[in-house]
Design a protein around this ligand. Sequence first.
Ligand code: SF4
Length: 410
Amino acid sequence: MNDTTQMSIYIHIPFCMKKCNYCDFLSGVYDEDTQVKYVDAICKEIEYMGQRLEGVAVPSIFIGGGTPSWLDGVHIERIMSAVYDNFNVPGSAEITIECNPGTVTGEKFLAIRRAGINRISIGLQSADDEELKLLGRVHDFNQFLRTYEMARKTGFTNINVDIMTGLPGQTKEKLLNTLENVIRLKPAHISAYSLIIEEGTPFYNLYKEDVHRRECGEPTVFLPNEDAEYDLTKMTEQVLSQHGYHQYEISNFARDGFECEHNKVYWQRGQYIGFGIGAASLIGDCRYHNMTDIYEYIEKCNKLPVASNQTIEARLSGEAEEIMYLWDSSQTLSRHDQMEEFMFLGLRMNQGVRREDFKEAFGCEIEGVYREQLEKLQQEGLLVMEGGHIYLTERGRDISNVVLSEFLFD
Ligand code: SF4
């Protein structure tokens, strides 16, 4: 079992003002009554697990969604109080909340600050109002600017801004305009994600043929073709680097000292526990997912069994059956699963993985398992092994999906 004395926390708030056209996240529009009941339920889940994980320290917390900032400030404070009451959260913990423009007021930012949250992640996506409309976002660029200013005035210095590349009709000029408008504000962190067309979304019906054309190397009609998409990604990396944002993961860029600690826990296979519907946990060698039906989740949380006096080891080893009460699925990861994840997630980061960490996790040298793959990828100029670190070259990152698939066992 991995180290269980430290465990990060993810809290899922599935509420949005309106569903965006490209979104397949577990989120939607719910009435006020459901929101209140859901917050009650999440507080109960936090309390329930806190009693079972007594003594575990929490290095980072991430409140994501959905749109957590759509919740009333009082509810955000209640959720954080439940965490503080039931977990050991040191003063140094990084605590992030996702906020969408158009859903936050100055008063709400004050409540967020009172709740001890010290990092804000704002979903801008684009500085072009036409693109925002196309994406189905509820805000325009001016609303984003007001939200950003409010966050700053409330005293937040650690702010991330999310943007998207590869949008339908997105040109280099449009993307550059977004980048320049964001850089001007000097946020601590910028995430730049490529648009993925997901089945079941309005975008899927509109653009699925274009996705197919792109896969076949044919000219696209709305979406940037493969080469144009590559150019947009490269331009993003260059512009951000020129302005002091170092890329530390495929889609993430930060000013020095502001990398997102919470995301690094995922990429480094640290332990974490997720609260709320659909939330994932990695505890010991097991990965769990909470149920996804909000009404069932609320009902089950209301009937959570009383805490028992089992030891942490017993609770985490799966002997404590009641822990699984809210879990929809659980998977015990085999040694090979864990090695694959170690490489897959770790190599997403520019610093890559450490030989020592592999040895510590699996009790053997990395070459003993992946010698052939490492040599091949090195010869192809896609990977570097240097000073105890193994990381992808720029070319390796460009085709990371292909490179990472080399580390899968059959
Ligand atoms: S705000 Fe985020 S979670 Fe909500 S619908 Fe839009 S993309 Fe999805």
